[in-house]
Write a protein that binds this ligand. Structure first.
Ligand SMILES: NC(=O)c1ccc[n+]([C@@H]2O[C@H](COP(=O)([O-])OP(=O)(O)OC[C@H]3O[C@@H](n4cnc5c(N)ncnc54)[C@H](O)[C@@H]3O)[C@@H](O)[C@H]2O)c1
Length: 286
């Protein structure tokens, strides 16, 4: 801590007093962020983390079943702040229900964010995703399941990125962060539709980063695994979970809070030189 000190200049002693400490602006102060699929799981942890860095948050969820969960996340962010209101008396975190695999709803999601905060969306985090809990082989994957997984994981990433890329003001900057999976590197048998849909997301991210040349917007992928969420546990046998834990160098699953800080860093100005990358967060599992 700074304290008073004496400096001798000629015959005179000057007392230097520490300047009163001013509140430091937070790294994402007042930046508008949409986190898709943030009513629970990894998206929820990311939204809470971005909120703690000062961002104004849109908690996106997909169905009436998740409305309550989404509102809890928003109120957790609003309650954690000294002032939960913006200048125009709107809350700092709001919820918007939208299926992000539907182009009209994606457009409306961005419109609602911009209207609520009277400011362009600066950060887009695509966390909404689904997996095929049965982990079938290609021979046993139905076309319906394949289409469904691609329509959420690859299609929603495409739609959200397209909307974000069309709205950015040149030179205004921004951050696009997509969620992939470490399975893309692991290439395990039995999750081909899910893994391939995420490989598509990774490729799209790398191309987008180049297409956004001159906009000061970065696009990166975060590829977690294996993280203890509903998506991970659904449909998995005890033996499967045990095997994953045994294969992990840390002998455990990851927590959602272990993914969020990396996304937080990628959302800040300090990350500008990280662009078009896929960063794996998996405790060395892959
Ligand atoms: N948990 C893991 O081990 C793991 C590993 C690698 C990657 N991921 C990825 O991380 C992301 C988050 O996964 P999670 O584990 O937190 O899953 P989760 O199931 O806990 O959360 C996913 C959220 O996305 C929402 N969602 C699904 N479809 C949607 C749609 N069309 N529109 C809007 N929201 C929708 C769900 O309602 C849910 O709230 C996913 O993209 C997933 O593929 C997870």
């Amino acid at each position: 801590m700074a304290s008073e000190s004496e400096t001798s200049v000629g015959n005179q002693i000057q007392i230097q007093r520490p300047s009163p400490s001013l509140p430091q602006p937070q790294p994402l102060q007042d930046r508008v962020a949409i986190v898709t699929g943030s009513a629970r799981g990894i998206g929820q942890a990311i939204a809470l983390h971005l909120g703690s860095l000062g961002a104004k948050l849109v908690i996106n969820h997909t169905s009436s079943n998740s409305t309550h969960e989404a509102e809890l996340v928003a109120s957790q962010i609003n309650n954690s702040l000294s002032s939960s209101l913006n200048n125009n008396n709107t809350p700092r975190a709001i919820t918007v229900r939208a299926d992000v695999s539907d182009p009209t709803q994606v457009k409306s999601l961005f419109n609602k964010a911009e209207e609520a905060f009277n400011s362009p969306v600066y950060i887009l985090v695509n966390s909404a995703g689904i997996n095929d809990s049965k982990y079938p082989t290609i021979a046993n994957t139905s076309l319906e399941d394949f289409d469904n997984i691609f329509s959420v994981n690859a299609r929603r990433a495409f739609l959200c990125c397209k909307e974000a890329a069309n709205r950015v003001k040149r030179g205004g900057g921004g951050r696009i962060i997509l969620l992939s999976t470490s399975l893309v590197g692991a290439l395990k048998p039995g999750a081909a539709a899910y893994t391939a849909s995420k490989a598509a997301v990774e490729t799209m991210t790398k191309i987008l980063a180049k297409e956004l040349k001159g906009t000061r917007i970065t696009a990166n992928c975060v590829a977690p695994g294996p993280i203890a969420t509903e998506l991970f546990f659904t449909g998995k046998s005890e033996e499967y979970v045990k095997r994953v834990i045994e294969e992990s160098p840390f002998g455990r699953l990851g927590e959602t809070e272990e993914v969020a800080p990396l996304v937080g860093f990628l959302a800040t100005d300090a990350s500008e030189w990280v662009n078009g990358q896929v960063i794996r967060v998996n405790g060395g599992y892959v």
